[in-house]
Design a protein around this ligand. Structure first.
Ligand code: NAD
Ligand code: DAU
Length: 350
């Protein structure tokens, strides 16, 4: 059995990646390493937690000794690195956590991989999962390609950009076999409700205001999370050593248009008269340094590795709403505890 390390596997995207690998590759033993921050939740993996080719390890990627011991114990063939602080608003109020986990934590993992693989890099792979936010913000036209110059604006995107550079540096300097992908906004099941779509679904269900930053004119390019997990599988197995792939759905939405669509779906699902939920839209103070538009050109991934998104957005959003409405217990659990304090701090003064 090949031992594969997935970091951040108890989070939103990581849990979909772990589920896919554990289910589709019985010849792999998947070790899910996660420290379980507020965003990590083992309930995201209940359906596969007892599989014989799955192990969960609770540890912090910034802990160099723990990482070295883990690599020595399992002699990983591959690493799929998703562990990160991932929410832009939190990076604005607390940048240091982002520097520690996203930059220092990535270097700790790179060192552990380098030490473990020294003398024999054959068949090994360090896959760093990154974001399109490293490219900064687009105007009204154009797309991010793999050649777009890095121009991050938030502490989150700067920390991800920094980690991308370090991963490439370990390839160029030490010959570490690496691959990187930069993906656009994901949506789907198990996403923590600090992010726009699950936050809006939860608020609409409870008849609470839907906070829209600024004028709601910012544009994001949305991809169904299970399509991202397929892309990660494909890139891990077939991506070229040292290369970068952009992942996205060619699916741009102005925030306010997306919220209108969501309101319409929610009114129908909750048997409310059409137009009820739109009344909850509340414009609030804009995010500092708010990037205007993201749009990914995923042509390289489509041409070279044959990946393409499987779902239209309306269908994916409908599935997503169905999942959150059917999994109210999950939502209640993640929004009990500290989420209330976060929500008050984040939205009270806006
Ligand atoms: P998430 O916040 O839902 O999950 C992150 C996971 O990492 C959590 O389980 C958390 O417990 C774990 N973690 C955090 N700090 C850790 C540490 N120090 N040690 C070990 N584990 C730690 O994030 P997500 O949305 O699933 O994003 C996963 C990755 O994909 C991130 O690297 C993010 O930058 C990238 N990404 C996300 C999106 C998106 O739309 N969500 C898009 C493109 C790229
Ligand atoms: O582009 C990829 C990135 O997408 C990932 O790297 C990040 O990890 C992920 O969090 C996401 O970043 P965004 O900042 O784009 O996602 P978020 O859901 O926070 O916000 C989406 C848009 O909605 C953005 O323009 C800000 C706006 N927004 C967000 C929240 C939480 C609101 O208008 N109101 C809100 O309450």
């Amino acid at each position: 059995m090949k031992n594969i390390l997935v970091t951040g596997g108890a989070g939103f995207i990581g849990s979909h990646v772990v589920r896919r690998l554990v289910s589709n590759y019985p010849e792999y033993h998947i070790v899910n390493l996660d420290v379980l921050t507020y965003a990590g939740n083992l309930a995201n993996l209940r359906d596969i937690e007892n599989r014989s080719n799955y192990t969960f390890v609770r540890a912090d990627i910034t802990d160099a000794n723990a990482m070295q011991e883990l690599f020595a114990k399992y002699q990983f063939e591959g690493v799929i690195h998703l562990a990160a602080e991932s929410h832009v608003d939190r990076s604005i109020s607390n940048p240091m956590e982002f520097i520690m986990t996203n930059i220092v934590g990535t270097v700790v993992l790179l060192n552990a991989a380098r030490e473990c693989w020294k003398g024999n890099m054959e068949g090994k792979r360090f896959y760093h999962v990154s974001t399109d936010e490293v490219y900064g913000s687009l105007g009204e036209t154009g797309y991010f390609t793999e050649e777009t110059r890095y121009d991050p604006h938030s502490p989150y995107s700067s920390s991800k950009a920094s980690s991308d550079h370090l991963v490439r540096a370990y390839h160029d300097t030490y010959g570490l076999p690496i691959v990187i992908s930069n993906c656009s906004n994901n949506y789907g099941s198990f996403q923590f409700p600090e992010k726009l779509i699950p936050l809006a679904i939860n608020n609409i269900r409870q008849g609470k205001n839907i906070p829209v930053y600024g004028k709601g004119e910012n544009i994001r390019d949305w991809l169904f999370v299970e399509d991202h997990a397929v892309a990660i599988d494909v890139i891990y197995h077939y991506g070229k050593n040292g290369d970068t792939y952009n992942v996205g759905g060619h699916n741009e939405w102005k925030n306010i248009d997306l919220i209108h669509l969501l309101c319409k779906i929610m009114d129908r699902k909750l048997d409310r008269p059409e137009g009820t939920s739109v009344g909850l839209i509340t414009y609030v103070k804009d995010r500092a340094g708010h990037d205007l538009r993201y749009a990914i050109d995923s042509g390289k991934l489509q041409r070279e590795l044959g990946w393409k998104p499987s779902l239209q957005f309306e269908e994916g959003l409908e599935k997503t709403v169905d999942w959150y409405l059917a999994n109210q217990k999950w939502m209640d659990e993640v929004t009990s505890g500290d989420y209330k304090n976060y929500y008050e701090r984040q939205y009270q003064l806006r």
